[in-house]
Design a protein around this ligand. Structure first.
Ligand SMILES: Nc1ncnc2c1ncn2[C@@H]1O[C@H](COP(=O)(O)OP(=O)(O)OP(=O)(O)O)[C@@H](O)[C@H]1O
Length: 475
């Protein structure tokens, strides 16, 4: 039969997919959140090839045995589902399993072509489907347990390649600029660069948003005794304290304009003049900066020349919702710190926590799991133990009722797009809801509301809302 000239949308999607390879990642089992046995499964690359998904006879890491993908999960049927490569797409079918096969929380009734980022539930196992370029698939499939990224491993293709780049860049003296949403792991990445750099000096973190404007220069560059009222003794300043090591400028977007000019000189000249001092002092430091602001947008107030100096290597770290394949390692890392020997989670709670947006990223996951681990008693973690999920639902409902900006979805990582900003003052309740949602961290609340932190502070002052924490490290 002659092929129609016009292809259907599905066929067009498939032809796009042919340039990519589908990777199935076993992420975690709801019954054992401490297992940390996430792994990338061998990809199906040949047209018509298939594998069946079934229950492993014993508890062992998920693996392909012959043409069967064996999952170490008693809730998986012996012959549960089938994955077939058909016309360039990976198609998932349920094989009449007892508990069904779910994609993004919906039970599949017929064959379902998978798309990038799909979340699969088979029994009590969570898997993520990712589409990647063939050369990335080959590399990742040869490292099924992921690559090291700071304290944990990553299976996320984008982060894995960024992490490999960061490791190479770390050994040079190139400055690194980390762009990511709040709580997405910027400081973890900065420490990773410092630790792999081989630099003998310390890692000194400076939260540029947490220091009052008039003290920033003294804090960074140090000061002579008597340089200003209150300067009762001489201070080296953070930059000189990092001699031979790394200065991590966190929340760079909040650095006051006057300090931006002075910092530019320090980076260019590699010397620091303390406030009130006359002689410049040589410094040898590596610069890493991080921000969740759109520094590259045209209307950014940030100095372009300083940005250019700090942007030796720019890493756009993915938010947690774009790296759900790492949930298994992250969850095991976070819960490992609680000292518990076993932790499980109900399907309902797992969906509420792992399938949601998580605007506070890893920090939000960390807080949610740490408090759930306390509240669950003998377990498992259920929805009522996840106060963050309930708080978000309540805040959404109240924001909807107020018609306020607090209901806005989380922003994507800074891409150079101008940020949303609103000069219209939200209601007092919307501001309170944003503060409650972010555990009263002002920077994060401002981001939720789509405004600069200073704007939020002005609104809080106008309503008489007590000042909150500038950063989460004050928690
Ligand atoms: N791989 C990991 N394992 C366990 N916890 C992690 C991991 N990565 C990050 N975290 C935790 O998540 C939280 C946020 O990480 P981090 O401070 O690096 O994010 P950030 O992007 O710098 O946040 P902010 O924007 O608020 O400065 C921290 O409490 C950190 O300990």
């Amino acid at each position: 039969m002659a092929r129609p000239l016009l292809t259907t949308q599905t066929e067009q999607e498939h032809s796009v997919q042919q340039k990519t390879v589908g990777l199935l990642v076993f992420v975690l089992r709801y019954d054992d959140l401490l297992a940390a046995d996430s792994r990338i499964l061998p990809p199906i690359t040949r047209e018509g090839a298939k594998y069946e998904v079934g229950r492993a006879p014993e508890v062992r890491p998920a693996a392909l045995a012959g043409s069967t993908l064996l999952l170490p999960d008693p809730f998986v049927s012996r012959a549960h589902a089938r994955l077939v490569r058909r016309r360039g797409a990976d198609v998932l079918e349920d094989l009449g399993s007892k508990l069904g096969t779910f994609v993004n929380g919906e039970r599949i009734e017929g064959p379902r072509a998978l798309v990038d980022g799909d979340l699969l539930e088979i029994g009590h196992s969570l898997l993520v489907y990712r589409l990647v370029e063939p050369r990335v698939a080959v590399r990742l499939a040869s490292l099924p347990q992921g690559i090291q990224h700071g304290p944990t491993r990553t299976l996320c293709p984008e982060l894995a390649s960024m992490s490999a780049d960061l490791e190479r860049i770390a050994r040079t003296d190139q400055p690194v600029l980390l762009l990511a949403e709040t709580g997405a792991g910027k400081e973890i990445a900065a420490r990773f660069v410092h630790e792999t750099s081989g630099r003998a000096g310390p890692f000194v973190a400076v939260d540029c948003g947490a220091i009052p404007d008039h003290l920033v220069e003294g804090e960074l560059f140090g000061h002579r005794r008597g340089a200003f009222s209150g300067a009762v003794e001489e201070r080296r300043g953070r930059i000189r304290s990092a001699e031979g090591g790394t200065v991590f400028l966190d929340e760079l977007g909040n650095l006051p304009e006057s300090a931006q000019a002075s910092l530019l000189r320090v980076i260019q000249e590699r010397e620091v003049t303390p406030v009130g001092g006359e002689r410049a002092q040589k410094v040898d430091v590596r610069w890493i900066a991080a921000t969740n602001e759109a520094l590259f947008s045209e209307d950014s107030r940030f100095r372009a020349d300083l940005r250019a100096r700090l942007a030796g290597y720019v890493a756009l770290l993915p938010p947690l919702r774009r790296r759900r394949e790492d949930l298994g390692f992250l969850v095991a890392d976070i819960l490992g710190k609680t000292g518990l020997s076993s932790v499980s989670i109900t399907k309902r709670a797992a969906r509420a926590l792992f399938f949601g947006e998580l605007p506070g990223n890893i920090r939000e996951l960390e807080r949610a799991l740490s408090s759930a681990a306390v509240l669950m008693g003998d377990g498992p973690i259920d929805v009522q133990h996840l106060s963050v999920v309930a708080a978000r639902a309540a805040s959404r409902a109240s924001a909807r009722a107020e018609g306020s900006a607090a209901d806005a979805p989380p922003a994507d990582p800074p891409t150079g797009e101008p940020q949303r900003s609103s000069s219209k003052r939200p209601t007092r309740e919307a501001i309170e809801a944003a503060l409650a949602r972010t555990n009263r961290v002002q920077g994060e609340a401002a981001r939720l509301l789509g405004v600069h932190e200073r704007q939020l502070t002005r609104w809080m002052d106008a309503y008489g809302i007590p000042r909150a924490k500038k950063s989460s490290s004050e928690a």
